[in-house]
Design a protein around this ligand. Sequence first.
Ligand SMILES: [Zn+2]
Length: 329
Amino acid sequence: MKRKLLSIILLLSVLCLFTACTEPTTANHSGSKDTTIEPKNDSELPASTLKSGDSGEDVKELQAALVKIGYEISVTGNFDNETTEALKDFQAQQVKLPASGEYNQATMKWLKKALDGEFAVEPGKGSVPISNPEETVIVDDPSDTLVLVNKSHALPNDYIPDDLIAPNVRFPFTQDLPKRYMREEAAHALEDLFKASDKAGLDLFAQSGYRSYNTQESIFASYVAKDGEDAANKYSARPGESEHQTGLTMDVTSPEINFNLNTNFAKTEEGKWVKAHAHEYGFIIRYPKGKESITKYQYEPWHLRYVGKEVATVIHEKDITLEKYLGAL
Ligand SMILES: [Zn+2]
């Protein structure tokens, strides 16, 4: 089966090379109005940047390339919705490409690799649908400390906080990974929380902070493959719907539970202390026990969300959720 696929890919790339060589290299690059991309002799991909609304031979070339890697779109020469969606889907599958739906130099490089059979493209895989397409809103203030992110409020897929730093706290790993990071204000608040827990003689560890849209996308896709979409949606977030993308969140744990993230954390001294004191440092337990019908997530005693001391204190004292506090029910 794999061998068969491989030979098809090989055959396709040979075909690509063949057509690339037989085509006149003077293919009219009508879209040269924008930034020009260095043209490649052996490539049949357009050299100009292209976006929704453009038309011409370049768009046709791009559409033909998308068809070659498996997208079922019409080669019309008009950069239509279908083309944008196919391109977005392709981009979402490449970790380093923002899913903008626009054709540019970076996208060209990856498309070329796909055409060369360097990796397999799975049309449709990049467009993991949001939970409630009709009801979900894309938040327009992703950098607000009080931003609401849940199964009906998603972050834009290109949102990356611009003030991420690594808080000076204990992690059970030494690598400099994205999950070590948080937004500056939240990171300093976490440092204060850790200092206080140290003073209380505890052994708290930070496990997982910032997570990009693309990382969340891969994680969710792997859970769907393992457990199916409905199950995955109960314990994991779809891309855009994870609070970890805000940079305001940190999952915490302790050696007593082998640095795992599970409900046993609530029974540890660290878990009890966090529940009682996190608000003093601006954090809330975002997915509390008994509020699953509101948050739509299972109880997560380890998932801390920064909202600032004032709001955290109100939420703690009234024993409510962020949804309730923001009047978003
Ligand atoms: Zn979490």
